[in-house]
Design a binder for this molecule. Structure first.
Ligand SMILES: Cc1cc2nc3c(=O)[nH]c(=O)nc-3n(C[C@H](O)[C@H](O)[C@H](O)COP(=O)(O)O)c2cc1C
Length: 399
């Protein structure tokens, strides 16, 4: 995670029950090579003591306005100079109100006023506190001033009520932090459309025809393009993976739905990357009720699905189109044929039988073939790293 490496993150922690979860964010930042200094409000220390944060960050925790080592040192200013970003998570209704109105009556609220770089607030509170006109007005005011927010999630809250107010998962907060810290914005102004995952074709109400793709590769491409400044649309088949924030996600199930979604989004994109493993065949009929085991034999008639790349290639224009090919034999020859037939600019070939390649893994091993016939063999690498290389090749920035 190059963009977090050596970055200095100030983590403001306030008095919400969600404090216990934020300890994991500290670990994630440090694991990625970043540095963290924690500023805790007095209330937050009722939930998790400073020792936990001090041990994890190997830095002292800042809390009181006047508890400096040297009486002349002003922590709110020296911290504001030190940090590249201020993340307040969980952010109470109280700190949001103070930030919106400029109240500076403790170290964290004073630091907020003095901090002139990027700020990310992650509210966490009871649904009624979150929906209250005061909190909503304060959030709106701060957004208008350029403060970044991650919306709380809906679900069961610590109070026992259900509603919007739950702090998002640590992975989501970390992902947003990475996006904000990303320096390379070479996709700014570009619209990238990515398809990811598998499709499911219904045989009867309980049985489906599908494959093992999880969408991980496509999600990493969508995430990398978003981090680099692109406006990203992700057409996503069924998966257990969560689509990243700040990406327009269109959920589909069948090959036909995937086809329609691509057709409707294609005109609004500059670049299309098709990583989805779309079913080639679908049942001729879908049974309305569960098929009973009547005999030892059962014949399932299939018909071909629409060839999505083939159907849009006629309208391609100036757009760059990248396809993926999953081959277990004659990889290069088959991929080259697909590249030519579907007028692709690049084809990424992978063989799920290769060690480190395949479904749901964090790594991949691929070859990249361009329309001018150049074939590049890439070593095994993280799908997140591969995503950046594919985006580099598309822009022609790293040859
Ligand atoms: C058990 C408990 C849980 C709380 N959880 C939250 C919460 O999730 N969000 C919130 O905004 N306030 C919560 N509060 C209220 C805040 O702790 C209170 O408003 C406090 O003044 C916040 O101070 P701070 O913003 O300086 O940390 C909770 C209070 C208690 C006693």
């Amino acid at each position: 995670m190059q963009n977090i490496k050596d970055k200095k993150v100030i983590l403001g922690v306030t008095g919400s029950i969600a404090v216990y979860k934020i300890v994991e964010l500290v670990r994630a930042i440090i694991k990625s090579g970043g540095q963290v200094k924690v500023v805790q409000t007095e209330s937050s220390r009722y939930f998790v003591g400073s020792l936990t944060f001090e041990t994890l960050t190997r830095n002292k925790v800042y809390s009181g306005m006047f508890d400096n080592n040297a009486s002349w040192e002003m922590n709110h200013i020296s911290l504001a100079d030190w940090g590249d970003i201020l993340v307040i998570a969980p952010a109470t209704a109280n700190i949001i109100a103070k930030a919106a109105t400029g109240i500076a009556d403790d170290l964290l609220s004073t630091l907020f006023l003095a901090f002139d770089k990027q700020v990310l607030l992650v509210p966490a509170m009871n649904v009624r506190m979150f929906n209250s006109p005061a909190t909503q007005k304060n959030i709106q005011e701060l957004k208008e001033r350029g403060i970044h927010f991650i919306e709380p999630e809906e679900g069961l809250l610590a109070s026992g009520q259900t509603g919007k107010g739950r702090m998002p998962e640590i992975g989501t907060i970390f992902d947003e932090l990475v996006r904000l810290m990303y320096v390379n914005k070479d996709y700014m102004g570009k619209r990238v459309l990515v398809t990811a995952g598998r499709t499911e074709e219904m045989i009867d109400p309980v049985r489906i025809l599908t494959n093992r793709a999880t969408g991980k590769m496509g999600i990493e491409i969508a995430r990398a393009a978003r981090n680099r400044g692109a406006e990203v649309t992700l057409i996503l088949g069924p998966t257990h993976l969560k689509p990243p924030l700040n990406i327009k996600t269109v959920n589909v199930t069948t090959a036909e739905q995937m086809h329609r979604a691509v057709e409707s989004e294609f005109n609004n994109c500059d670049i299309l990357v098709m990583t989805a493993a779309v079913a080639d065949f679908t049942p001729e009929v879908t049974w309305e009720s569960k098929i009973k085991k009547a005999s030892n034999e059962f014949e399932l008639n299939l018909k071909p699905t629409v060839d999505i790349l083939g159907s849009i290639s006629a309208n391609k224009g100036e757009r760059i189109v990248v396809g993926f090919a999953l081959e277990t034999e004659n990889e290069i020859k088959n991929a080259e044929m697909k590249l030519k037939k579907k007028l692709l600019d690049y084809i990424v070939v992978n063989n799920p039988l290769d060690e480190g390649a395949g479904f749901g893994t964090d790594t991949n091993v691929v070859r990249l073939i361009s329309k001018d016939g150049h074939c590049e063999t890439l070593p095994k690498m993280l799908k997140s790293e591969l995503a950046d290389i594919i985006l580099d090749r598309i822009l022609g920035t790293r040859q």
